[in-house]
Design a protein around this ligand. Sequence first.
Ligand code: TYD
Ligand code: MG
Length: 422
Amino acid sequence: MEEVRASRGPAGRGGRGTQASAPVKPIALSEVQAAEHSRLSTGIGELDTVLGGGLVPGSLVLIGGSPGIGKSTLTTMALANLLAAGHRTLYVSAEESAAQVRLRAQRLPGPASLQIPVIAETDLDAVLATLEQEHPEVCVVDSVQTLHSSTLSSAAGSVAQVREVAGEIMRVAKQRRIAVLLVGHVTKEGSLAGPRVLEHLVDCVLQFEGERERTYRTLRAVKNRFGSTNEAGVFEMRDDGLVEVVDASARFVAEATRAPGSVVLCAMEGSRPLLVEVQALVTASELVPPRRVVAGLDRNRVALVLAVLGRHGGIGLGAADVFVNVVGGVRVDEPGADVAVALAVASAAKRIPLTGGDAPLACFGELGLTGELRNVAHGERRLAEAAKFGLGPVVEPAVCRTLNAALTQALARTQRPDDLAA
Ligand code: TYD
Ligand code: MG
């Protein structure tokens, strides 16, 4: 059962047809006035990029992520930068006390962090009244699930409440041209709690991902009315806040182990290439069925790769536990990762390190069920990124048409001339 607010006017839906509405004249799109959006820079390059060039005044941005990922940190830092640039800001904390917000802000760099005007309030009407009075240019609401509207009796965080809260905030935001950053939690199942409803309402949905215990986090746009959803940003959580990782590939490649079970994947984070290390471990299993533990990749996709590896690559793992991990807490959700999983698992199973000379072996490509290697988007950019870090030749669909060709090529690469001589 879902609680809804009683309709405002009795004429509402029941009164359809009783009142004649005047017709509206359609006009050609070319005659519609569309002003270029002026953007507010948040001072955080990666965030601006993901937003499509900065915050649009009057827009509603939903930032989702699991607890502890750094949503409050990111939004506080953005507000501090905006404040330092002379914009009016407001931080609405419905989750933490003002003192807790202060303690966080103290850790952040720059004096502006402590100048941010803050209210700790859970009552929606009080927040709306404050917005009307203070009319900030940018406002953070942390979080949409903890604000409560007294017109509904259901608990804060319920679908009806979340929808009401977001709807009312949007009304004021559009009226006063306030850019609002709405913070939203993610449920255990991984979807934005309640906010499936919100996705339609807001202009932009950003997803903050990564694992709390790890340092790297990615921010990506799931929906963006003012930009592309191809952009992603990489951050690192440090003692003094989130730091943008501009050259993430360099780090991951430098950290790659070159041991058996490790390969470098030329992945795409949105429209940006990113080199990440994929690791696998294969051990004799004592369990039936054996264990398949996967982090940073889709579990079903890995199961598919293992099946193809068994059937077409001759590497059966029916009696082995298989662990696959993307290093650094990065999540890769694209078919281009298939061949990296296959090569890492094969390398681990055979205990042969796969390296291209002294550099780690780089690869990308999708595996088909018949053992073929399929093309994936942005091949050129992936190759260019690998070349930038001296990785190559890359094992990829343009060179190897099948899984077996990829395995052969990867192994051939590994045999250094002196190994062969020995
Ligand atoms: P937080 O922004 O509160 O996460 P969220 O709002 O998404 O729940 O911060 C998450 C974690 O980051 C918290 O456990 C403490 C840590 N942290 C740092 O490591 N360095 C910092 O500078 C800050 C502010 C937090
Ligand atoms: Mg928080």
